[in-house]
Design a binder for this molecule. Structure first.
Ligand code: ATP
Ligand code: MN
Length: 462
């Protein structure tokens, strides 16, 4: 009978004591004891912790192989799970150690490397504690997202990645083309998009919202969850050129419904991570951000504060803080302003509403004052804006008027306007950047460290 294969996470559970099992993973450390045996710490990614393996000197390959094992080597261990006297519940007494792969000059030795350095080794950084933990938390968040929407009757829809419509100018777009740029440059002639693949200029999407609206106004509640691209040249700790966005859109929702959705959504994600990623969160709490668990727990339990943009401006004008960017009604809030409000003023998540129409896209619903729109941003400590959402403009005449003011051509949005021509309904939605949420739940300071392969200006390695 083949041996039972166990993940390290299971082997660390005392329930398996007495079984003879197979463990496969990578060596984190090897320690030789004077007593004539070695301790191997094995990790297989199933959890933060390692399992300790005891390899006695009488194993056939002890001198030739086991004593040459180093961090990064891959091994298969057969042995018995035993109760341990150490700080872990169990350990494994090896009856056989098979070396699957050596790892001479493995870059991730015991010494700690900076996150900047690890970005250059993105192909192996997942083998470090921090990046393993980030990957597991990110995975849990994604599972919870789908579960949350499923339980709340939101249908998962796939919106296109290649698009010819520029969603509101949410950001600079990457062009998609099959034209021969070298030849064009040599010819010096004008670009004729009729010869391009899609017969017109096409781009990578900056948001699936407009397409999601078409399904929301047919199926009621939907969400998209996919990659999004922005070609902005912003080198900050919270911007990526390629990131994953979650965008729910619901018919018959107003701004209050939208805010309630965003809040219960964030609460659900946080409490799932708190319940299911305890070991990883302990790590982040100790090594990355002291007090993280306590603050997440508080957020998961307390109602979010609300404030209008207008009130937020008053707070910022009178707070006595000196900001790099001046603040006045009508200006967009910068990261420093958002962070002051959420970190210092309320010390927790904050939902800002009713932004000036001039700084928000055309599709947001114009308020009766005609100066503001039914927009909401959720701000969280450490990150700033994590969610941006709004009630959408469902009135055809108001929508076309706003498009005209913003120099948008109706013919480019003919299908979007049809949604208002045929059975228009109030509806609302939001966009949440997955990586900002992962940043927030892990306390990781830089967004480049919460996605496996970050794309930023000048960097698309791997
Ligand atoms: P910011 O002002 O912070 O650049 P934004 O207002 O341009 O963000 P939206 O267009 O409202 O962003 O996008 C919705 C959400 O997507 C944001 O709340 C944020 O969580 C996320 N997001 C936006 N741009 C980026 C980016 N470049 N990298 C990672 N996440 C992003
Ligand atoms: Mn926004």
């Amino acid at each position: 009978m083949p041996l039972e294969k166990l993940f390290v996470s299971d082997a660390r559970d005392a329930a398996h004591v007495g079984k003879t099992v197979l463990i496969q993973g990578w060596i984190r450390t090897r320690r030789d004891s004077k007593g004539g045996f070695s301790f191997l710490e094995i990790n297989d990614g199933s959890c933060m912790g390692n399992i300790q393996v005891i390899a006695d000197a009488d194993l056939a390959n002890y001198k030739d192989e086991i004593q040459r094992l180093s961090a990064g080597c891959s091994v298969a261990i057969e042995g018995e799970v035993k109760a341990s006297e150490g700080k872990q519940a169990t350990e494994i007494q090896a009856s056989q150690v098979t070396v699957l792969g050596w790892a001479d000059d493995f870059p991730l030795q015991k010494k700690r490397h900076s996150f900047e350095k690890l970005r250059e080794w993105a192909h192996i950084r997942a083998r470090s504690n921090t990046f393993g933990a980030v990957a597991r938390v990110r995975n849990q968040i994604c599972q919870s997202i789908h579960q949350f929407f499923h339980e709340n009757n939101f249908l998962y829809v796939h919106t296109p990645i290649i698009t010819a419509s520029d969603c509101e100018g949410a950001g600079e777009m990457f062009k998609v083309t099959t034209l021969d740029l070298d030849r064009l440059a040599k010819s010096g002639g004008p670009v004729n998009y009729e010869f391009d693949f899609f017969d017109k200029p096409s781009f990578l999407t900056v948001s699936g919202q407009l397409e999601a609206e078409t399904y929301a106004t047919a199926l009621g509640r939907v969400y998209t969850f996919g990659p999004t691209f922005r070609a902005e040249n912003s080198n900050t700790s919270r911007h990526l050129s390629e990131f994953w966005m979650i965008e729910p859109e619901a018919a018959f929702f107003d701004l209050a419904d939208d805010m309630a959705l965003a809040e219960s959504f964030l609460r659900k994600i946080l409490s799932d991570v708190l319940n299911r990623c305890d070991e990883d969160l302990q790590f982040f709490d100790q090594r990355i951000q002291k007090g993280l668990i306590e603050s997440l727990r508080k957020v998961a339990e307390t109602p979010f504060q609300h404030m209008t943009y207008t009130d937020a401006i008053k707070v910022l004008e009178n707070c006595g803080e000196s900001f790099e960017f001046p603040i006045a009604w009508g200006t967009d809030l910068q990261a420093e302003h958002e962070r002051y409000l959420t970190e210092k003023h309320v010390a927790g998540p904050l939902i800002l509403t009713d932004y000036p129409s001039t700084i928000k896209p055309f599709y947001m619903r114009l308020s009766d004052d005609r100066k503001t729109v039914a927009a909401m941003d959720v701000l969280v400590p450490g990150v700033g804006e994590i969610i941006g959402g709004s009630q959408r403009e469902e009135r055809l005449d108001v929508l076309t008027q706003r498009m005209a003011e913003m120099d948008l051509r109706e013919e480019d949005y003919w299908w979007y306007l049809d949604l208002r021509r045929y059975g228009t309904v109030p509806h609302a939605g939001f966009g949440l950047g997955l990586e900002r949420l992962v940043q927030y739940t892990t306390g990781m300071a830089n967004i480049r460290d919460v996605i496996p392969f970050p794309r930023t200006p000048g960097n698309a390695e791997f």
